[in-house]
Design a binder for this molecule. Sequence first.
Ligand SMILES: [Zn+2]
Length: 412
Amino acid sequence: MKKEYAKMDAASLHLANKKVVLKLIKHNSQISRSSLAKESGLTPPSITRIVDELINVDGLVESLGVGNSSGGRPPMIVKFKNENNYIIGIDLGATYIRGCMVDLNANFISEIQVPTELEKGFFSIIDKVIKMIHKLQSRKETNAKIWGVGIGVAGLVNSETGIIESSPDFGWFNIDLRKELEKHLDLPFFYDNSTRLMALGELKMGVKENQKNFAVINIGYGIASGLVVEGNLLKGFSGFAGEFGHIPVDTDSDVQCKCGMYGCLEALASGHRIASLGKQAVADNRSEILKELCMGNAELITAELVARAAKKGDPASMKIYDDVAEYLCKGIGTIANLLNPETVYIGGGISLNGDLLFNLIEQKRNKYLLAGNARVNIQPSTFGDQATSIGAVSVVLNKILNLELSGNMVEI
Ligand SMILES: [Zn+2]
């Protein structure tokens, strides 16, 4: 029995050392075996064994051969093998389903986008997701490996059970997505709330390295946020932290939110709200430009169309975006004053309408920020319309770097 424990301890110690070495190799574009020994504190024979395993068994590292010597023994250089090691990321949104296949350095190999067509229901949507994954799988070279699939989905995802407890955008309640996907996928897959994944994508793959305090706000059909505090994604007691869309920003409002409360940020500033205010403006004959853009059919009005009308100088559309920006600044002020983030990233469909929204936010932001928080950067999310897919990819990458997907038990 004692021997069993000793064996287990040696195996977990080896795994822990292997993770350290793999992360060091990933972090440095190229590194010598001797530098790995120095930086990890492991002995050269341990490094040799671990690196050989990472090359030959896991396929995550490659040898670049002998480097230039500055005197003494020439260094043996290795690098992280991102080429031919792929991850699939899926953004399951209410308007579009976007999918991408990227290598382990987030270089795009292939992308697909299809309309979600919410009205066709759950099984049609799941079918589209599965077909998309299969299509992406078919586009890989024969010698490449797909490690897994990450999926971002709008809604409250219980990270313990995997149950989508509620997704008002899709009209889903207590959905077991795992059960459906398992029937059709032969790859490991993981899913989580799309905005939380956007934040994870910024944390793991975003432009600013070592940024430990930031918020990602996702403004699309609904509004949500992912919060990174001291380098960790904030989950909260039950995993539902970041419901930014339900901050009350107008307590006198008679606009009811999907959650049942009145005057929530989501009810007053989401893409859904922008579109419905645009429709109202056309119905009231207050916007000739918008009427022209939708060719007289108000049903075709989207938040993007209202943005186009505003950019053409339409006063009614401009007023809609002006009010939305005011509400958003109230919300951003609440987050910034509470958490003191370095940056607030804004992503989601509404953030993709050019400078219109960002210029308005820039004009209004400081009304709601304490002096100490006034330096916060407010900027578009790093990955634009791929922010959720890249976030989904980063979940899988995390698992690869923690050797959770290697599937090779280490014999000691
Ligand atoms: Zn609400």
